[in-house]
Ligand binder design. Structure first.
Ligand code: SF4
Length: 340
């Protein structure tokens, strides 16, 4: 199997049966992580791109069973940032050196197309790259955001197992999720997707299918996080995913989609203080710290114990830079598009 992993570094393919075998045992982990790191270095270099996330609303009309801010979680203190707060946070991140802003929210109908277009234009006027992570929208809405200047869009598929998708997402449709992802690609967004690793009911085979789906979609960014059970959700008593399994899915993704952008996610850091460094050493080339200021960070808890909620925006960029440099890597000075 180690030979197959080394071969995958050359031809970017692995049989589904081999992906399953790798996921089911720890036997090949050392070779997998080392090879994924070598592919990252060859295809993306030693640069790590830092993207600043602004969580501008934790109000959501959906009820995804794993999510801490799902509609039915009455214990969440809800908030929305004003348009000027969002612009101010972006301007501050720009001054600190961020090259990309990621606007993230629940599916909050308050933010009409008109409002979002205004926000997008304000941020684009600062010369920043802009990523949206605001859920399922109509084709026309996606087009309007793109025309206003949005560059990228993140929408995790979460799982390609249709039955599992249905169980986890009441009143949502797998077909619509797919339609959204295809729309985003067609409209010319750099399109990000990904999954939660360790969801109840997920299997090694379904994860292998997920990874092959990333390739079929020709996704530009892949975000992978371990599932961490959130309080006051239907899955609060389920076992969570492990950091090691999430890292393995990430490393396999790097082998098969060699030039894409892959973040070392906050959920990885939540499970281990060195989680993001471990990810950067196993295939990741992006970090996405939170630049939302004040108490808002503490109210956007998709899962408990979320790392860095107590870090101020003054510290965020500098600390992230220090972490990147501590492992001999450098901070990106461009927007870090897939084909830069
Ligand atoms: S995962 Fe996203 S869409 Fe689902 S409940 Fe949470 S914020 Fe809403």
């Amino acid at each position: 199997m180690n030979k197959k992993i080394e071969l995958a570094a050359k031809n970017a393919t692995l049989e589904k049966a081999d992906i399953i075998k790798i996921l089911e045992t720890d036997e090949y982990d050392e070779c997998l992580f080392k090879t994924a790191d070598a592919v990252r270095k060859a295809k993306k270099g030693d640069v790590v791109h830092i993207r600043g996330i602004i969580e501008f609303s934790n109000i959501c009309k959906q009820n995804c069973k794993y999510c801490g801010i799902r509609k039915d979680n009455c214990s969440v203190e809800r908030y929305r940032l004003s348009l000027s707060e969002i612009t101010d946070f972006a301007a501050h991140a720009n001054e600190k050196g961020f090259k990309t802003i990621v606007l993230q929210s629940g599916e909050d109908g308050f933010f009409s197309t008109e409002k979002l277009v205004e926000i997008i234009k304000n941020i684009k006027a600062m010369g920043l790259a802009l990523t949206l992570s605001i859920g399922e929208k109509t084709t026309e809405e996606y087009r309007a955001y793109k025309n206003a200047g949005a560059d990228r869009y993140l929408l995790r598929i979460e799982t390609t197992d249709k039955n599992l998708y249905k169980t986890l997402h009441p009143n949502m449709s797998f077909e619509n999720r797919m339609r959204c992802l295809r729309d985003l690609k067609t409209l010319g967004y750099e399109t990000g997707t990904g999954i939660l690793v360790g969801l109840p009911g997920q299997t090694a085979e379904s994860i292998a299918n997920d990874i092959l789906f990333f390739k079929e979609l020709d996704a530009d960014m892949i975000g992978l996080g371990p599932f961490i059970p959130a309080q006051n959700t239907p899955l609060e008593k389920d076992a969570g995913g492990t950091l090691n399994q999430a890292l393995k899915v990430m490393a396999l993704t790097r082998l098969l989609l060699q030039d894409v952008n892959i973040p070392a996610t906050t959920a990885m850091e939540t499970l281990h203080p060195q989680g993001r460094i471990m990810a950067l050493n196993s295939g990741a080339n992006v970090i996405m710290p939170n630049v939302t200021e004040g108490d808002y960070k503490k109210k956007y808890l998709l899962y408990p114990g979320k790392a860095s909620v107590n870090t101020s925006r003054e510290q965020t960029f500098d600390e992230t830079k220090k972490m990147i440099e501590s492992i001999g890597r450098t901070v990106g000075t461009t927007a870090g598009f897939r084909y830069d």
